[in-house]
Design a protein around this ligand. Sequence first.
Ligand code: MEV
Length: 325
Amino acid sequence: MKKITVSAPGKLMLFGEHAVVYGRPCLVTAVNQRIRLTIEEIDSQDFLLDAPDVGIASYKKPLRKIGIGDMPKGVKFVEVAIKSVLSAVKKEMSHGIHITTSSEFSSQFGFGSSSAASVCAVVAMAELLNVNLSQKEIFDIAYQTVLDIQGKGSGYDVAAAVYGGTLYFVIGGEKIESLTISDIPLVVGYSGVKADTVTLINAAKERFKNTPEVLEKMYTEIGELVTEAKDALLKKDFPLLGILMNKNQLYLQQLGVSIPKLDAMIEAANSVDAYGAKLSGAGGGDCMIALVSEENKQAVEKAIEKVGGEILSVKTNAKGVAIEA
Ligand code: MEV
């Protein structure tokens, strides 16, 4: 009986959230906190899942019903991914499977745990079936899984989980460019508030429903800023990168997706001379990031904690999905 373990990284959006959903580029980095998934063949013709981090214990259904009917939230991304691989590679399973997932980070942080779990499921299942998939094929299957479940999303989190590193990304994987850089000196602050991506995407649209051209213009300007940020990152021009982060944050505030807690954490970071700071991801909660120097890192962390943020110890530019055993 075969048993395979795969891991994939979480992500942090660096620049360009929201605008990326509408065709503009973004910058994303993979983080060193990972999701792990083990898949094991079993004798019975069942699909079993244990995902204790999202409250799933001993989930069971017949193999032939995989991906069909109602599924608990914590199950969906893995189950649908397995189904998607089977239909993509046109293979049937000869055995049932037992999947177990675990996470090095809370699903509350907005690090993209669902997307990373889907990517793990695709890679583990392909390995189980002895099928070779390219990175782009893994991306396509996992991204389609996320779209099937969520209806919306650029797929940048899926790309980070597959490719790792730091990416210049355009929706649907139209462009996935790996940037050759080293670790980015970021402080990551968690707001303690859980956000829902689709709600926030819709809220931004709703806010500008009478002036869609204003929204479009903003997205275009965010896209331009992302291109500038890419150059600054490649040149390690952190002072410029920080300025661009602050500019990006102003747009996010105008979009209405920042919240007072995030604003306070960002202001706190800037008050002790971070190069710049912004929210990361959909907004409405989750995390903020501040770009720092060695000298002011501690001061920035303290300032964020003082206004109620929780510092998460995270390294950027982590490796993409990998078979561990
Ligand atoms: C959410 O993490 C980032 C958004 O741009 C959505 C997406 O790109 O899928 C708001």
